[in-house]
Unconditional design. Structure first.
Length: 427
């Protein structure tokens, strides 16, 4: 594979930077809004998120798994935090208690992730998360996040209707990026994501005006901004389960991306990757962030741009950390319209959904396999599509876990695989 010239490497690094921005900024923003934080506190968390995400991604690329994959706020953690915020009143938990319990759970999950990775837990995970469980995970993760991006790109407010003008622009962006990355050649295909983001941002400003960035600077690395350390057994158990499944997310992402590079990832690289993820999760607990994990959507990004070199990713990670250190730059990029970012991310998760479909095609379709696949999928999808207070009648200890469709679906799939004695599927 020919190496990129300096101008193309710089453009590719900027493209990674934009990809990191749109994948990251909405997460701390949505969590801060769910906890009712002030604009200044929100700005501080967003800036901290930029710095930590850039540094953790850089550490993964240089010392961890060493692939160009964004180490961002994990989808399973993000969905868990938002669902717990929605169900907190029904559980009788204040937001400060919820934030404190989540912080403690994240700290424990980060330490456990690093320790289990060091003692060779990867081998056991590979046996538990066989092709069926991995397929269930990819499907539910894609669906959970694509729901969020679909609503965002159409401008659907909570309980509201579609914003038709915004929705039309988003659909044009989606169609354009898909066309460029599938039918385009050369630089058009390589920089389809960057072109889509910049073109969409310009179009949004021309038609709807510029969105106000989060201002006020905010304090970097403020300890426990969501609430002081608190113990809630149900939330701690749920956080521990999320941490284990997030380890499986690392396994899925690394096992999938290595196919693009036609190489095998050694045990030491897996161990180093889990150590970096664990350290990032500890940092998330301390600074009120959503914990980290390798982004499977990076695989869709790589497939779309067809730029597999690590150099642009390293450059993008450094630039992203710098954004958080400079309040004016962080504020400018926080003004990227959410609908534009969601439209581009929708394309990336279409690619990820395609990866789940390709995994599905490799599975034998005897009746028992279909049950082991469809029951966890349908149960998980059903839970994802019911209101948060549906499970308010369950014991408080179980509510945080049982109300999360992704967690329930993946755990049910793993239990069904463990309990099945007819092992025709490859492990």
């Amino acid at each position: 594979m020919p190496r990129l010239s300096a101008p193309k490497l710089s453009l590719a690094g900027i493209q990674w930077l934009f990809f990191m921005v749109v994948n990251t900024v909405v997460v701390p923003l949505s969590v801060s809004q769910a906890f009712g934080l002030t604009d200044v506190a929100t700005a501080g968390i967003i800036r901290t998120s930029f710095v930590v995400t850039g540094l953790v991604s850089l550490a993964q690329a240089l010392f961890g798994h060493r692939y160009p994959m964004l180490e961002g706020h994990g989808g399973i953690w993000w969905g868990l935090v938002l669902s717990l915020c929605a169900s907190a009143p029904a559980m009788g938990v204040t937001y400060a208690e919820l934030g404190g319990s989540l912080a403690l759970g994240m700290l424990l999950a980060g330490v456990v992730t690093a320790v289990l990775g060091a003692v060779g837990f990867t081998g056991l995970l590979q046996r538990i998360f066989n092709p069926v469980v991995l397929t269930v995970y990819l499907f539910l993760l894609s669906v959970q996040l694509i729901f969020i991006f679909f609503k965002g790109m159409l401008g659907i407010a909570e309980g509201g209707a579609v914003n038709i003008p915004v929705g039309v622009l988003s659909l044009v962006i989606v169609a354009a990026v898909l066309l460029m990355c599938t039918a385009g050649k050369g630089s058009i295909a390589n920089f389809s994501v960057l072109i889509g983001m910049l073109g969409g941002w310009i179009g949004y400003v021309l038609f709807f005006g510029n969105e106000s960035p989060v201002t006020g600077g905010g304090s970097l690395f403020r300890l426990f901004p969501l609430g002081g350390v608190h113990v809630h057994a149900g939330i701690l158990i749920t956080a521990f389960a999320a941490g284990l499944i997030n380890m499986a997310n690392s396994l899925v992402a690394i096992s999938t991306v290595e196919k693009l590079y036609r190489e095998r990832t050694g045990k030491l690289r897996f161990t180093a990757s889990y150590f970096v993820t664990g350290a990032g999760t500890v940092a998330a607990g301390l600074f009120g962030l959503v914990p980290f994990g390798p982004y499977s959507s990076s695989i869709g990004f790589l497939q779309s741009t067809k730029i597999y070199e690590r150099g642009p990713f390293v450059l993008g990670s450094v630039l992203f950390a710098v954004l958080g250190l400079v309040p004016a730059l962080g504020g400018f990029f926080s003004g990227l319209p959410e609908t534009v970012g969601d439209a581009v991310l929708f394309v990336a998760y279409v690619q990820l959904f395609g990866t789940a479909v390709r995994n599905l095609r490799s599975l034998p379709f005897e009746s028992m396999s279909l049950y082991r696949l469809t029951i966890p999928l349908l149960v998980g999808l059903s839970i994802l599509n019911v209101p948060a207070d549906t499970f308010s009648g369950f014991p408080v200890l179980l509510q945080p876990l049982i109300s999360n469709g992704l967690l329930v679906g993946v755990l049910l799939s793993a239990l069904m695989e463990f309990g099945s004695r007819k092992k025709k599927l490859p492990l």
